[in-house]
Design a protein around this ligand. Structure first.
Ligand code: LRH
Ligand code: MN
Ligand code: MN
Length: 426
């Protein structure tokens, strides 16, 4: 199923002017504060988020998968699905692949499919948390941290292989997430595990092309329930510093203990120039990987507020790799991703509406009440007219979810691929 420009313009024509009055109201209100809605529209139109290859099928729980029907059976089909998202939103112009789930049979053909949809290859993800059927070593007791040098070397080699595939595809970064850790006290020597991990990461970093970045993801628990080797941003930051300039921390929103102040972590990392990538999702309890903005939209706004501040004030921090990492088994996966994209852009717009100058003055004057008012004055707006304007500008559907349903995309996909489908991934 391909969505073309005619589908989009026909859909947008029907919606014509539905948001213009509301947009004018916002323009009036914010121009008085010296905030240009037109500049925000441009920034939003330019914002691109990578889609994870593993979120295109219904998955995401650890205990069962239920086919949604019409799921992609190959990497080509995964790219086709992202092509649908990209055509509808013009903000999903990249994919984040997971190896070995997405090993391309024919690199040239895959690149052509991606190009035909306007999709770039964002960070490559290695997988040393599952043993593959033909594996020569086991990761049961760790990969890059394993006490057994043969298992460590095997995991290092896997990362090198992933870099090689990524190079051929035109990716520029590698994300490493480790499931290494211990289920029980005494199982691991903490210091040895950390040292081994550092050494292994350094050997991977050494073979990375000069124009590549290494993203080190952290997570406090799961699959291990007593300790995780790279458990928090501090450990990731330390390892990134040990590797070198092009190694960074990656923040996955679900990888924090409940109530962690993620916005403060973002601010700290950007100040130190070490925030490299972002995995968006949402959660109630842990690494739930549910739709972005579905549970804690205000927290997402506060995180974006720090990202926007950092992007303006921290030239020491490079441009960020934005990725979604959400998937579960009760919604149409493509609708779910459309909702995630919507939530990300809404939070971004709200953060761009924060009157930073006024906030800085209020902070200086210790006017705590005003500080809160300024943040909430930005948050408590229906910013969807701005998002619609950005979409119209970039040639996307003003309401992608509605267009997706009206075009009957899932029905078409089921017709093409069948009802009993299962995509590779979690
Ligand atoms: C681990 C994680 C990591 C993996 C992905 C499948 O919880 O967030 O990013 O690569 O899930
Ligand atoms: Mn993640
Ligand atoms: Mn996760």
């Amino acid at each position: 199923m391909r969505i073309n420009i005619d589908h989009i313009s026909a859909f947008n024509k029907e919606q014509e002017d539905s948001y213009i009055d509301e947009l004018d109201l916002l323009k009036n209100r914010f121009s008085k504060k010296g905030i240009s809605i037109d500049k925000i529209i441009q920034k939003v139109a330019d914002f691109q988020v990578a889609i994870p290859s593993w979120a295109l099928g219904a998955g995401g729980t650890r205990f069962g998968r239920f086919s949604y029907g019409g799921e992609p059976a190959s990497l080509e089909q995964k790219l086709d699905d992202i092509g649908v998202l990209q055509a509808l939103t013009k903000s999903a112009g990249a994919v984040s692949l997971h190896i070995p789930w997405d090993i391309p049979d024919d690199v040239k053909a895959i690149k052509e499919v991606a190009q035909s949809h306007g999709i770039a290859f964002d960070a490559m993800n290695s997988n040393t948390f599952q043993d593959q059927p033909d594996a020569k070593e086991t990761y049961k007791f760790g990969s890059l941290s394993n006490t057994d040098p043969a298992a460590r070397e095997y995991a290092i080699q896997h990362n090198k292989d992933v870099i090689k595939i990524g190079k051929e595809l035109g990716s520029k970064s590698l994300t490493v997430w480790l499931a290494d850790g211990a289920n029980f006290p005494g199982q691991n020597n903490f210091q040895r595990a950390l040292n081994n991990t550092e050494d292994s990461l350094k050997s991977i970093y050494k073979v990375m092309p000069e124009d590549w970045k290494l993203f080190i993801e952290y997570k406090p628990y799961e699959p291990n329930f007593y300790s995780t080797v790279i458990q928090d941003w501090g450990t990731s930051f330390m390892l990134a510093n040990a590797c070198g300039e092009r190694a960074y921390t990656l923040v996955d929103l679900g990888h924090h203990l409940p109530n962690t102040n993620i916005e403060q972590i973002v601010a700290t990392l950007m100040l130190k120039g070490k925030l490299g990538g972002f995995h968006f999702n949402d959660s109630k309890y842990g690494d739930d990987d549910v739709t972005v903005g579905s549970i804690k939209p205000y927290a997402l706004f506060l995180i974006f507020n720090e990202l926007v501040y950092g992007m303006k004030n921290n030239p020491q921090n490079p441009g960020l790799s934005w990725m979604i990492d959400a998937s579960h088994n009760t919604k149409d996966p493509l609708e779910d991703l459309l909702q995630s994209l919507e939530a990300i852009l809404i939070a971004y717009i709200q953060a761009l509406l924060v009157d930073q100058k006024a906030l800085s003055i209020a902070q200086q004057e210790h006017d705590v009440v005003r500080c809160q008012e300024i943040l909430q004055d930005a948050y408590r707006n229906d910013v969807r007219p701005i998002l619609k304007a950005a979409r119209e500008k970039s040639g996307a559907a003003v309401n992608p979810l509605q267009a997706y349903r009206e075009l009957g995309v899932r029905k078409e996909l089921i017709k093409e691929r069948g009802t009993k489908t299962m995509a590779t991934g979690l």
